[in-house]
Design a protein around this ligand. Structure first.
Ligand code: AR6
Length: 517
């Protein structure tokens, strides 16, 4: 039977389930301590209009410090008496952004505006933005200079569009934020013009050192082909959202999920069998996995290098669906038992290539339907794998348990659905983070089994891996292995692991020895 298990098998036939298939009619939208909603809920219930909830921004440790908060001030020294005087930073920002609302301008004008209210950052370079403008096709250049005034206008609408305090999604708690796509666009326009206070430094003890960066200054400096392609995607997004006919009209929910240690599965004792898993070398998570729970191979600082130099799965996802970028504004670094789920983000762009060959290839026409909270039927979950500088580190039960818990946090779902949508995933943690694809696939299968979900696994063109994973899954199903058995097997592997024996081979031998006992 060992030989039989090595033969290539057909992908099993079963139907995948999408978020839409599984959706139950949601209770009407309501505000609670665990669900902060930035639009006026009564207005939404009665008229379906997306109006900002009344309020004033809060300036404290639990909320995003907003550019338009009264407390956002410059300290200026009056030279005459040496007194410290203060000036509202938002009024300076408004005054400057208004300058960009006029037709003709250059990149140098944009630079001057941004630097005027970021006086400590006079060294920021805008060379990359300048080169981008020089190198893009003429039509895109025209669009760029047409859209900048509209973005400035949108950024200025912050006082109207985002009124109440925007909470920080801090570690160690499960809670959500729902906001409209226009509110997100308004926040992102501010990020583009680098108006968020206290967010320009990533120094260790800085106030926001445990948060991703949000101001876009890091995209404007060094020019490279990849930053140019990133800017094309971002500019296309702003062009779409500022155009009356394509203004997005819905809501997006960002949910931080946290499971305390004592509620995590006791892996060795779990007796679930593996669920359905379809392994395929064709297609991608975002396209063929469309509508399912789509895994973002994340960085603990969500979005990873999207505003910098990275350009792999997560960054591409964030560029195609730029509303995801706003998560960086309020999502504290993910800790081991946490994930971020995003429901309703829109896809605006298409791409070709990957990493250094990545190219923005044009608009995407979104045709997903919406749920009754007006969110698109797209659910994405950000889970960050461990980054193994030395691949051998991953064969330790402590690390394996961490990854199992992380996958489980990402796949587990409470309420909301009649049945759970299929997970669309693949080589999570196996690119930039150097994981072993066989081990990581097995970990995800175990996590999905305990979370009671099926899975489609995209090997991203790797037919060798496709064959191995199909065989492995079929073998483990045939042997009726439970999650607990597999955990014990991995423990055994880690203890006996010899570099010459790969995990795939080990599993075959282990299973065959076990059955002959
Ligand atoms: N669909 C299916 N599979 C894919 C796709 C796709 N769209 N794109 C890539 N793959 P990687 P990691 C496969 O390196 O190792 C980022 O900077 C492909 O085989 O993005 O978890 C984050 O911000 C690829 O090699 O994920 C983190 O900092 C593999 O998935 C860090 O990278 C892994 O993709 C995460 O690195």
């Amino acid at each position: 039977s060992g030989a039989a298990s090595l033969s290539t098998r057909e992908a099993p036939r079963w139907n995948t389930r999408t978020v839409k298939d599984c959706n139950v009619k949601l209770a009407s939208l309501f505000y609670s301590a665990d669900h902060i909603i930035l639009i006026d809920v009564n207005e939404f219930r009665n008229t379906k209009k997306l109006k900002a909830m009344h309020g004033t921004p809060l300036w404290d440790a639990l909320h995003v410090k907003m550019p338009h908060a009264n407390e956002n001030i410059f300290k200026t020294k009056s030279t005459f008496l040496g007194n410290i005087e203060t000036q509202s930073r938002w009024s300076a920002i408004s005054k400057q952004l208004k300058k960009l609302r006029t037709g003709s301008m250059t990149v140098a004008d944009i630079e001057k505006v941004i630097k005027s209210y970021n006086p400590q950052y006079s060294s920021w370079s805008f060379e990359g933005l300048q080169k981008y403008v020089e190198k893009i096709p003429r039509e895109e250049k025209e669009i760029f200079f047409k859209v900048i005034p509209k973005m400035a206008e949108l950024a200025l609408k912050l006082t109207e569009n985002v009124q109440r305090g925007l909470p920080l999604l801090k570690q160690g708690r499960s809670y959500s934020i729902t906001l409209s796509q226009i509110q997100i666009a308004t926040l992102l326009a501010n990020a583009f013009f680098c108006t968020f206070p206290h967010r320009n430094t990533t120094a260790k003890n800085a106030e926001y050192s445990n948060y991703p960066t949000i101001n876009f200054s890091s995209l404007f400096g060094n020019f490279s082909q990849t930053t140019m392609e990133k800017l094309r995607a971002i500019v296309h997004y702003f062009n779409t959202v500022t155009c009356q006919s394509s203004r997005p009209q819905g809501l997006v929910t960002f949910e931080r999920c946290f499971i305390p240690d004592h509620q995590l599965p006791r892996w060795r004792q779990r007796n679930e069998h593996l669920g359905n898993v379809r392994v395929t070398s064709e297609g991608t998570i975002e396209k063929e996995g469309r509508g399912m729970l789509q895994v973002d191979f994340a960085c603990s600082m969500v979005g990873g290098g999207v505003l910098g130099s990275g350009l792999v799965q997560e960054e591409i996802l964030f560029l195609m669906n730029p509303e995801l970028i706003v998560a960086r504004l309020f999502t504290e670094k993910l800790s081991d038992n946490e994930c971020l789920k995003i429901t309703g983000a829109q896809q605006y762009s298409e791409y070709t290539g990957y990493s250094s060959s990545f190219e923005w290839s044009g608009p995407h026409n979104e045709n997903l339907e919406r749920d009754n909270w007006m969110r698109l039927h797209r659910q994405i979950v950000a889970i960050d794998a461990l980054n193994f500088k030395h691949p051998k580190e991953q064969y330790q039960m402590k690390k394996i348990k961490r990854e199992l818990n992380k996958a489980f946090v990402g796949f587990r779902e409470e309420g909301h659905f009649a049945q759970l949508p299929t997970v669309a995933t693949g080589n999570w943690g196996c690119g930039a983070f150097h994981g072993d694809p066989i081990l990581k696939a097995l970990i995800q299968m175990m996590g999905a089994a305990v979370a009671e979900r099926d899975m489609v696994f995209f090997t991203f063109g790797d037919t060798h891996l496709e064959r191995r994973l199909r065989n492995m899954h079929t073998l483990l199903k045939e042997r009726k292995s439970t999650v607990g058995d597999l955990y014990t097997m991995l423990d055994f592997y880690c203890q006996s692991s010899r570099p010459q024996e790969d995990l795939y081979q080990f599993i075959q031998t282990y299973m065959n020895n076990k059955s002959s006992l």
